[in-house]
Design a protein around this ligand. Structure first.
Ligand SMILES: [Zn+2]
Length: 334
């Protein structure tokens, strides 16, 4: 009797417990889904780099694999390949990739004289600029071979040399598992060497993406200022929350140019209370500004511009000192 009376209460308690567990599981998966939706970059950024492209057999598949896994990368193209596959260079850009210079013909540059070095790098700058409208700011020497002469040629062209911290060994017959493992060693700010060529690498991309996600690392851009991986907007700290007052975008465009200087203008959208940071590469110097209120870093190469009541477009004149590359701009709201 007593047993029979207690049984319904026991069953109800049991059902209640099961329901509670189910709710807890549901809640946990909802949290996991949210984490997946908004990438957590709290552990920082790494630079994925792919050399030697673009090519007809692999590049389209590579871009597909990267974008479908939410990854952005830096593609170090040779000038020769860029010339032969200009549409693929544009496809790289349109897929959100950054494009770097990997010499024209992939020679052992340190065995060449400075004028040959200059030609290898300059022709590549030109063909990539023709294809995409933007000249690269990053250079990776073939085979990672560099010397003082090469570095001075790079500097002349406003290029930052980027080597690597981790070698995926994809070029050396590494298996997909070994490539994934190599990517697992990447730490905040570091760069990994990979190639736009190998099926083993292509197969590794979903697992590389999952591995980074699991460690709260994101694929970032390589900063032309430091050669290290940073957040895609060029900031050095991972964004943990949206900037106060919402976001803004700064777009740079070319104005008049002369032998020793050129004009640029920056248009801001998304906010009227903006602060734009413009980072010049020495020996560049800003010698005039208009339609904004500037302040300067102690080194003089970083200009912080605020509105002065003249609208959301300001301009400035850069004395280039032989370096024609455009400064990096980033926008935040006040
Ligand atoms: Zn290479």
């Amino acid at each position: 009797m007593a047993d029979r009376n207690r049984r319904p209460a026991f069953v109800a308690a049991l059902l209640g417990a099961i329901l509670a567990v189910c709710l807890a599981v549901t809640a946990t998966s909802a949290v996991a889904a949210n984490r997946r939706a908004a990438a957590d970059c709290s552990a920082g950024y790494v630079g994925l780099t792919f050399d030697d492209g673009p090519n007809a057999s692999n590049t389209a598949n590579l871009l597909n694999a990267l974008t479908s896994n939410g990854l952005r990368a830096t593609m170090f193209n040779t000038g020769q390949n860029a010339q032969n596959h200009q549409a693929l260079v544009r496809a790289q850009r349109d897929a959100g990739m950054w494009i770097g210079n990997h010499s024209w013909s992939h020679p052992h540059l340190t065995q060449l004289g400075s004028s040959q070095m200059l030609s290898e790098l300059q022709r590549t700058q030109q063909v990539i600029q023709q294809a995409t409208g933007t000249a690269p700011r990053l250079f990776r020497p073939p085979y990672g071979e560099t010397n003082a002469t090469l570095r001075s040629v790079e500097q002349q062209l406003g290029l930052t040399e980027v080597l690597w911290d981790v070698d995926s060994q994809d070029w050396n017959g590494a298996s997909t598992a070994a490539i994934v493992q190599a990517a697992g060693r990447l730490q905040n700010g570091q760069v990994i060497l990979m190639h736009d060529q190998y099926a083993t690498m292509l197969a590794a991309i979903p697992q590389i993406a999952a591995g980074l996600r699991a460690r709260n690392l994101c694929a970032g851009m390589i900063s032309p200022a430091t050669g290290r991986a940073v957040a895609p907007d060029g900031g050095t700290t991972p964004p943990t929350s949206p900037p106060p007052g919402g976001a803004c975008t700064a777009t740079i465009s070319q104005g008049q140019q002369w032998g020793d200087r050129f004009n640029l203008s920056v248009t801001v959208s998304g906010s009227n209370a903006w602060i734009v940071t413009v980072t010049m590469t020495p020996p560049q110097r800003v010698i005039a500004t208009w339609n904004g209120s500037p302040s300067w870093s102690s080194g003089g190469n970083v200009m912080t511009m605020r509105p002065n009541g003249s609208g959301n477009t300001f301009g400035f004149t850069v004395q280039h000192g032989g370096n024609w590359s455009w400064p990096a701009v980033s926008c935040r709201t006040s």
